[in-house]
Design a protein around this ligand. Sequence first.
Ligand SMILES: O=C(CO)COP(=O)(O)O
Length: 250
Amino acid sequence: MRRVLVAGNWKMHKVPSEARVWLAELKRLLPPLEAEAAILPAFPILPVAKEVLSETQVAYGAQDVSAHREGAYTGEVSARMLKDLGCRYAIVGHSERRRYHHETDALVAEKAKRLLEEGITPILCVGEPLEVRERGEAEAYTLRQLLGSLEGVEPEGPERLVIAYEPVWAIGTGKNATPEDAEAMHRAIRKALSERYGEAFASRVRILYGGSVNPKNFADLLSMPNVDGGLVGGASLELESFLALLRIAG
Ligand SMILES: O=C(CO)COP(=O)(O)O
């Protein structure tokens, strides 16, 4: 009942001309899918994604959005701009934004609200750094981050919210969480969502796992009952491995 989502976070990789060739190839080679595929490239690639992916089953979206609606905010990109470019999704609260740009839970919540106002589904990232896991506080930390980032966030329905659990120590390190550890955290996240939004809502929210997902470990992660897809960095950059992930998702 929850449609699997495989979302490629391209981070600051590829230029628009490279992306155009890559996306056209994806369109050509795409197998029929029950799962949903999405590409989340850097802002300058979004017009290319709109051109190439419109009328395909591949969704696309952004990696961030401004907390402001409009105005004198040099360098910012609004949710309305993303809407105009046809974005279905946007990431908020990625650990790289939290770490390098000092984004707080309160700011992340504002960003999620701006997206929802425009009908864009936030992919809200949470997850603990290594020292927190080693202290045995991973769950408390992640749930605090989750609820703080959802303060005042009221999606119209469960399909309007996606959560991504991305343990910071697993990102770009080749060290993924075990399927069992991921499942335990996803279960805890769903329980917290259930207390926040009610059980019927929480049972339909997709919770993705992110952190060194690749074609070798994806099937085991996806076999867990509360893992509803992947937010994929490195393995989404090569067409072959992204297609392999889509085939595994089915
Ligand atoms: O940060 C991630 C996706 O948002 C994960 O990146 P990697 O898949 O490269 O570990």
